[in-house]
Design a protein. Structure first.
Length: 154
């Protein structure tokens, strides 16, 4: 409610933060809104991030601090819930092949695909249209370290 904008801030030491990007908010919305961005220049070794949400009247709140090691692939998944596609956002330190497996709640592998990733920011489109409604685990097997992300297929 009364959301003017979001600011993503980053820090090398976890104390002094600078603005990475400012994204206009939706104001007042009863629907879920998804926002995303990529830091194409993370700090060597470790980068600290926090989200600042600012209202129209200037009041603001901070999220918890998240740390990301630049030695590892940075991964996010959206949208969730998903209809026919999910997108894997991947920031990688090196080019190569990424193996994505999707498992149902019983642990059975229901989908497996390989994708070429480049060094830097990647967006991988995974078609989940053939999956039944339910909860799934998407696993990125040759990410460093191995990543597991949960999503809901509607």
């Amino acid at each position: 409610m009364n959301n003017d904008y979001f600011t993503i801030e980053k820090s090398e030491d976890g104390i002094s933060y600078s603005e990475l990007i400012r994204i206009k908010g939706a104001g007042n919305s009863s629907m879920q809104k998804n926002y995303s961005t990529t830091d194409n220049e993370p700090y060597p070794n470790l980068t600290y991030y926090r989200l600042k949400q600012t209202d129209f009247n200037g009041d603001f709140t901070y999220s918890n601090i998240v740390t990301v090691s630049s030695k590892a692939d940075v991964v996010s998944l959206y949208p969730t819930p998903a209809n026919d596609k999910v997108f894997v956002k991947l920031f990688s330190e090196e080019a190569g092949v990424v193996q994505i497996d999707i498992f149902d709640l019983t642990g059975q592998k229901v989908l497996s695909q390989s994708f070429q990733k480049s060094k830097g920011a990647n967006s991988i489109n995974v078609n989940v249209n053939s999956l039944s409604q339910g909860v799934y685990m998407l696993c990125i097997n040759n990410s460093s370290p191995k990543k597991q992300l949960r999503f809901v297929k509607i």
